[in-house]
Design a protein around this ligand. Structure first.
Ligand SMILES: NC(=O)c1ccc[n+]([C@@H]2O[C@H](COP(=O)([O-])OP(=O)(O)OC[C@H]3O[C@@H](n4cnc5c(N)ncnc54)[C@H](OP(=O)(O)O)[C@@H]3O)[C@@H](O)[C@H]2O)c1
Length: 252
């Protein structure tokens, strides 16, 4: 693995994407996303085929820092999720005082979430689902802790606040999809963006990195770029001048 920026040096994969900082009294939020060169976030309905095994390892590394991994119902439906981390990454978490595996958090809309066969490698006590009030949730309470939110959809601020207050979460990793990324970015809650640019093209009709919720033009600060076999791993700080990372007026 080559580090292209800030220095040009060989790096072991374990040195890439070191632990993100925590936010004093708050919650640090990162997002991890992969796209093709033509900006598509899915190929044949899913994102797994876009990335290489190295990207998948980096994804698990980022997960290993998080107290909670957040995914939308659209992603669950499209590709299923296997939100765990390999057991060899658990020891470092335990040393830091984290639970061995991150909490898996699902955000659903009015239609609820369909868990059938789509969640892999997950203990039921590790699953938290947020739904709008009145959403369908047949059988869900046996498999997860369910929170009903006030708005038409679970609002990012409400989700973050609940995870912090009820579960002691201090670091969140967003794993998509594009509608969830947009919702969190538009609320000013994201501190770091980890973007894999896969050396692939597809002219497919597929979602882009961000969808649905309009976003103000948002400045990013480049932190690092690594390269392996043509795949680029780019780390940006999002709006790096926000101090705590939260835009003024956002109630978390
Ligand atoms: N390239 C990548 O890194 C990557 C990562 C993950 C997923 N993907 C791809 O992205 C696609 C799925 O993405 P998606 O955008 O369709 O679905 P999504 O972002 O995974 O989930 C959208 C769902 O979440 C619900 N939701 C709950 N709270 C929300 C909120 N605050 N804002 C917006 N939606 C909220 C929506 O409700 P409503 O039904 O009420 O709208 C909708 O049902 C798949 O093709 C997947 O393969 C790519």
């Amino acid at each position: 693995m080559q580090e292209l920026y800030p220095g040009r040096a060989a790096r072991d994969i374990s040195e890439v994407y070191a632990e993100p900082p925590t936010v004093a009294g708050g919650v640090h939020v990162s997002m991890n996303v992969i796209t093709t060169v033509d900006g598509r976030a899915a190929v044949a309905g899913g994102s797994h085929r876009i990335g290489s095994p190295t990207d998948h390892r980096l994804m698990r590394q980022l997960r290993s820092h998080a107290d909670a991994v957040v995914t939308g119902a659209g992603t669950l439906l499209a590709e299923g999720i296997a939100p765990g981390i390999p057991t060899e990454l658990e020891a470092r978490r335990i040393e830091r005082g984290q639970r061995p595996q991150p909490l898996s958090v699902l955000l659903g809309g009015r239609q609820g979430v369909n868990l059938r066969g789509r969640l892999r490698e997950l203990r039921p006590d590790a699953l938290v689902v947020f739904l709008p009030s009145g959403a369908e949730a047949p059988g869900l309470h046996e498999k997860a802790t369910v929170h009903f939110c006030t708005g038409e959809r679970p609002a990012p601020g409400e989700v973050v606040r609940t995870l912090q207050e009820r579960y002691g979460v201090r670091r969140i990793l967003l794993e998509g999809g594009p509608r969830i990324y947009s919702a969190f970015l538009s609320t000013g809650l994201v501190h770091d963006l980890y973007w894999t640019l896969a050396p692939k093209l597809t002219a497919a009709e597929a979602p882009r990195m961000l969808e649905s919720t309009p976003l103000e033009v948002t400045a990013l600060q480049l932190r690092s770029i690594h390269e392996h076999e043509g795949e680029l791993y780019v780390h940006y700080a999002v709006g790096g001048t926000w101090g705590s990372g939260l835009r003024a007026g956002v109630d978390v």
